[in-house]
Design a protein around this ligand. Structure first.
Ligand code: AMP
Length: 545
């Protein structure tokens, strides 16, 4: 027997319909590439999204067409999210930080029909246009006065494009499994792979991620996503903020400490989200200018492991709660968020901190398990590490344009190594390819990095397994010192005594001016290894194994 309830498809356009009707006067504030701060409301954004849909239709965009964006977090990008997906086409967010050859490869793989770009990327667009024959129109996301001098066929000004279009558009009641957006993984090895989200997966992700034990968003929040809209849909915030009725603040290309601080204070931001390097920049700005945060209450940190020292500094010096979260492009991206349970009220401060530095527990909709090399499930004891597998409503089933299934017995192998405890708290100990394998033992590079970053003179640290005659690999620590501070290797290595087993202590420390990062803000261990190809261990080491 079927239930007798309405069956409404879970589609992206329903979010904006809700936001316009029930949060119509709530603001979206956006920095722009033209330099000014733009403000309008959800009601106005919805109208412009409809104008955008009418305009795209005239350009031949239809159900299933791919429309690419090369853009920062700003109001025009937000409108395009809804204009493109709402009409049944696919919003393909391309990461402009990738090399031009990777960008054109991705555009060709997706066969994008229209490409909308912020004018900051005009020269990138000009260089890739000849290699991208599928793109019929290049739309500069600006007004007539700021049109770039860029030689591409069929260049259109975004504001001109939508200006004369009607503010009415009836969003199609799509099948909820229709594709809504496309995002390529950063592709540090081989070519990038496309992850094709559906309206249903996006809606369920937005609903679940705004719950109290996830991002905890409400109509009282002012949300500033620092995580780019070209990186896993800014962790879903352009969907979950309007769904919750939160005010949205978009930083455009101003992701440095000073620009973010200005927006935090001027707009009363309560909640923000980004990768650890962003928060390190904010912390530095706050400290060196002796500033306080008056409205920010919570920050979500994910994308790579949050150094515990960063979490502690924000808590103790600025009364801001940093919540650790873990996810990946293939998971839309939310996998876990760190929130306590009622039973944790009894913990001491130290015990609570031990829990908080973990990556958190999954909301309903995500299932996790860890397995050994033979696929056998490992105990959830908070100690045993294994390969992390996931499944759920917003987890990938198949990559775009690929025949093979990435799944193993219905589970997606994340490539991360982790432990799980009996309460479902996940602790990522490594990417499987970054684990340091020394004399048959596994050493967590993340653990080594966290200890080093706890030293007051260390700005950033990365641990690598370097080839070793006797032990196969031994840990090498690469350190960037804080400006104006000095520290010896002995002093840094002394930090490890009593914190890790003796065999885990790095054998040597190398100092560099900068640690390379990938296009999504993670430490690029591949580039780091290339930088260290001439490295040799100083002398035979007594590693303690
Ligand atoms: P991406 O698909 O670019 O978002 O990268 C996903 C990968 O980033 C994951 O598989 C992890 O290796 C890493 N990652 C994301 N969040 C965290 C975190 N909180 N701690 C450690 N690694 C993380």
């Amino acid at each position: 027997m079927q239930g007798k309830m309405m069956s409404q498809p879970l589609i992206v356009s329903s979010i904006m319909e809700h936001a316009e009707r029930f949060h119509g006067s709530t603001e979206i504030v956006s920095r722009t590439v033209e330099g000014r701060v733009h403000r309008y409301t959800y009601a106005e954004a919805h109208k412009r999204a409809k104008q955008g849909a009418n305009a795209l239709q005239k350009l031949g965009v239809e159900l299933g067409s791919r429309v690419a964006t090369l853009a920062w977090n700003n109001h025009r990008h937000f409108e395009l999210y809804y204009a493109i997906s709402g009409m049944g086409a696919i919003t393909h967010t391309v990461n402009p930080r990738l090399f031009p050859e990777q960008v054109s490869w991705i555009v060709n793989d997706a066969q994008d029909q229209v490409l909308c770009f912020d004018t900051s990327f005009a020269s990138l667009v000009e260089s890739i246009a000849p290699q991208c024959p599928s793109v019929k129109y290049w739309v500069a996301m600006t007004d007539r006065d700021h049109m770039p001098d860029v030689r591409v066929p069929n260049l259109i000004c975004y504001e001109d494009l939508i200006a004369s279009e009607p503010e009415e558009f009836t969003w199609p009641q799509l099948d909820e499994n229709t594709a809504s957006s496309l995002c390529y993984t950063s592709g540090t090895t081989g070519n990038p792979k496309g992850v094709l989200y559906s309206h249903r997966s996006t809606l369920l992700h937005a609903l679940s991620s705004s719950n109290p034990d996830a991002l905890n968003l409400s109509g009282q929040d002012v949300v500033l996503p620092v995580v780019p809209m070209f990186h896993v849909n800014a962790w879903g915030l352009p969907y979950s903020a309007p769904l919750a009725g939160a005010k949205l603040v978009l930083p455009c290309d101003g992701m440095d400490g000073a620009s973010l601080y200005e927006l935090f204070e001027n707009e009363g931001v309560t909640f923000s989200a980004g990768v650890p390097t962003v928060w390190l920049g904010v912390l530095q700005h706050l400290r060196s200018n002796n500033l306080k945060l008056s409205s920010v209450k919570r920050m979500i940190v994910g994308g790579s492991a949050c150094p515990p020292a960063l979490m502690q500094s924000f808590r103790q010096e600025y009364n801001v709660r940093i919540q650790h979260a873990w996810g990946m492009t293939e998971m839309s991206p939310l996998g876990t968020v760190n929130t306590p349970k009622a039973k944790h009220r009894a913990l001491t401060e130290e015990e609570r901190f031990e829990l908080e530095i973990k990556q958190g527990r999954p909301p309903f909709g995500v299932d996790l398990k860890i397995v050994d090399d033979h696929g056998n499930e490992l105990p959830r004891d908070g100690k045993t590490s294994g390969d992390l597998l996931v499944r759920g409503h917003w987890v990938i089933d198949q990559y775009y344009n690929k025949e093979d299934s990435p799944l193993v017995d219905g589970w997606f192998p994340t490539g991360d190594v982790a432990n799980l405890d009996a309460d479902g708290y996940l602790q990522i100990t490594d990417r499987s390819k970054d684990v340091i394998k020394s004399g048959g033992e596994w050493i967590s590079s993340i653990e080594l990095e966290n200890i080093a970053m706890n030293h007051p003179a260390v700005a950033e640290a990365a641990a690598l397994g370097m080839p070793h005659e006797k032990w196969d690999e031994r840990p090498l620590l690469v350190v960037v010192k804080k400006e104006g501070l000095d520290v010896s290797s002995e002093e840094i290595l002394a930090k490890y005594q009593g914190q890790v087993a003796k065999f885990c202590i790095p054998d040597d420390v190398v100092y560099v001016d900068e640690i390379p990062h990938t296009a999504t803000g993670k430490v690029s261990k591949i580039t780091l290894r290339k930088m260290l190809t001439d490295y040799r261990w100083p002398a035979p080491k007594n590693s303690g194994q």
